[in-house]
Write a protein that binds this ligand. Structure first.
Ligand code: F6R
Length: 606
């Protein structure tokens, strides 16, 4: 039902071609197919009689204008989604070494790049960009002794993080060396030509025979041969697979919609958000200031992350926190205090959130942006930025960006807790380990997607649905309702459980399903009472709880269980189940899931 293997993919697209056709033309065409993976800058390196690199900020069409005509040869290309260093020509891939002999394109994140860059600088290497990726090309230069494959094998021993590399050397035309650790890479097999790419949509036009490179594997690709080895140099044989997908299927990784693809990308998105995030000194400095209170400001789904952030930061950091909608905050009068204002926006371009950032500055408040877009307007307005690194999100309904905003809240809460002695180092370590386990927890929810689909089919005809939750799951009830209403056009409302009797119960009947989130925290008994109130009015209840709860099933009509985590972390698996529920209801109702009516992905108007 769901394609496998596609969930562990992150953004940035890389590709390569070697053969007798127009290498640059083929690479450009492949990059256009990969543009959905990121599009803030792009570049191509071509090896003919010499090695040349062409790159620019902006979309592929921009790059095309500066490319020379070439025939035959070997080329690599990259379309970038910035994670380190703003979008610019200098930060675009491929990167060259100091001598201009090696060119490299990278997809992933090099965690130890600060220390590698320092060391390489001391050894005399000069850097032309702000990126993490550039250290890799200088490492290859450092170890190059006449054989590119050996140099790459040596270089990657020093690199920590995630990567798919394609690398060429002017002295070895016709050869592309690739290496993979965690970032996707597929090799397309042609006759007298071979191709590489981050995903098959880029190369499907040329061949349907592919080999997926696995983690900790390298490939040496020439027009007539592909040799795969592990990082130790042992040769490996993989049977080529024949791909049956259409081009469009391939772009969505075989998923029917970008939204469901992005839901399935969440384990990887969480992993990327967590990578290298524990020693970010800027944020440490910000949080070490004498903070008396925090205000989190955002719109839409990001506001739900803000509201969850209130509970998370208060519990972990023992600091008073308020959450406010950006469109309200900007027109409020403001008090006498100067809270730290955290602005959450996946796009970093939402007009009300930008205006709120300016208002916060005007009021003399320090500001921290939490965003997914490197170099977005919000990062320029705020004093500091925390990047969520979810990768490009195409579906209008936010999914993986929301989950990574939650992870940002846990990380900031943990740092705050340590700074304010609300958490001991041992408690923080324990929490960190649980955060690191979240990709597996989310994967396990995704593995149960079929059960959620069946439930969605049962309730798809309902015209009104209520979602209730308490404490940190109250914002998750709001988010579950928002997801349902925006993509399925079903009227859905989220409420704190305690508010049901203050109005909503009046409209509960056997035609109004209630999605009730119940986790075993200090609010559990109260949630059971709320469920009882709904039962008494004949409303069908879908209970969402955790695996260790053998009681919940007795009180509800249907149940979705997610893996057990500590209650404060429960929004993560629970919201994934709610995303799946909304997706399948919308699908059953035949809605335009990736492009819901009346909605835009980024709201740049007030
Ligand atoms: C809902 C959704 C919107 C956005 C809101 C803010 O699925 O995506 O509610 O969350 O428009 O957008 P950002 O986070 O870009 O500021």
């Amino acid at each position: 039902m769901y394609p496998t293997g596609a969930q562990w993919s992150e953004m940035c697209g890389i590709t390569g071609y070697t053969g007798s056709k127009d290498a640059v033309g083929i690479v450009i065409e492949a990059l256009k197919r990969l543009e959905y993976r990121g599009y803030d800058s792009a570049g191509v390196a071509v090896v003919g009689k010499s090695l040349s690199v062409f790159k620019d900020q902006g979309q592929i069409a921009q790059l095309e204008r500066i490319l020379p005509e070439t025939h035959g040869g070997t080329a690599i290309g990259h379309t970038r989604w910035a994670t380190h260093g703003r979008p610019s020509k200098e930060n675009a891939h491929p990167f060259l070494d100091c001598k201009g002999q090696v060119a490299l394109a990278h997809n992933g994140i090099i965690e130890n790049f600060y220390s590698l860059r320092e060391q390489l600088r001391q050894e005399g290497h000069t850097f032309a960009s702000e990126t993490d990726s550039e250290v890799a090309v200088h490492l290859v230069e450092k170890f190059y002794k006449g054989n590119l494959e050996d140099a790459v094998r040596e270089a990657i021993k020093h690199i920590q993080g995630t990567y798919a590399f394609v690398i060429v050397h002017s002295g070895e035309p016709g050869k592309i060396v690739a290496a993979r650790n965690f970032s996707p890479m597929v090799i397309g097999l042609g006759s007298g030509e071979n191709l590489l790419a981050s995903d098959i949509s880029a190369i499907l036009k040329h061949t349907d025979k592919v080999i997926y490179l696995r983690d900790r594997e390298m490939a040496v690709v020439t027009p007539n041969a592909v040799r795969i080895t592990d990082f130790e140099g042992n040769e490996i044989r993989h049977e080529p697979q024949t791909i049956m997908w259409s081009m469009e299927d391939a772009e969505r990784g075989g998923f029917e919609h970008f939204m469901i693809k992005e839901i399935f990308e969440q384990p990887e998105a969480i992993h990327q958000t967590l990578l290298g995030r524990f020693d970010e000194s800027d944020i440490d400095r910000l949080l070490s200031q004498n903070l008396t209170s925090i205000k989190i400001v955002a719109c839409g789904t990001s506001y739900h992350a803000a509201l969850a952030g209130k509970y998370i930061l208060e519990e972990l950091g023992r600091v008073p926190v308020t959450a406010e909608l950006a469109s309200e905050y900007r027109y409020s009068r403001g008090g006498m205090d100067r809270p730290l204002v955290i602005l959450i926006s996946q796009s970093g371009e939402t007009a009300d959130t930008l205006a709120a950032a300016r208002e916060a500055k005007k009021r003399g408040c320090p500001t921290l942006a939490v965003t997914n877009y490197v170099g977005s307007s919000l990062t320029r307005e705020a004093d500091f930025t925390f990047y969520t690194r979810a990768g490009l999100e195409i579906g209008v309904a936010a999914t993986k960006t929301f989950l990574t905003q939650l992870v940002a809240m846990y990380l900031i809460g943990m740092k705050l807790g340590l700074q304010r002695n609300a958490l001991t180092p041992t408690q923080a370590d324990g929490l960190l380990n649980e955060l690191r386990a979240l990709p597996r927890v989310v994967q396990s929810v995704l593995d149960r997607a079929e059960a959620v689909r069946k439930l969605a089919a049962k309730y798809a005809a309902a015209d009104n649905v209520f979602y209730i939750g308490r404490y940190v799951n109250y914002p998750i009830a709001l988010e579950g309702a928002l997801k349902l209403k925006e993509i399925s056009y079903v009227h859905a409302e989220g409420y704190p459980g305690g508010e049901l009797k203050h109005g909503p119960l009046a409209v509960i009947s056997e035609k109004t399903p209630i999605v009730a989130i119940a986790v075993r925290d200090h609010t559990y008994e109260k949630m059971l009472s709320n469920i009882g109130e709904v039962n008494a009015r004949g409303g069908p209840v879908i209970g969402i709880g955790m695996d260790d709860d053998s009681d919940l099933g007795k009180y509800v009509d249907d149940i979705i269980l997610v893996p057990t985590v500590r209650p404060l972390l429960s929004p993560v698996p629970i919201v994934v189940a709610l995303q799946l529920l909304a997706y399948h209801v919308a699908k059953a109702r035949g809605c335009a899931i990736d492009k819901p009516r009346n909605l835009a992905k980024t709201v740049t108007v007030e």
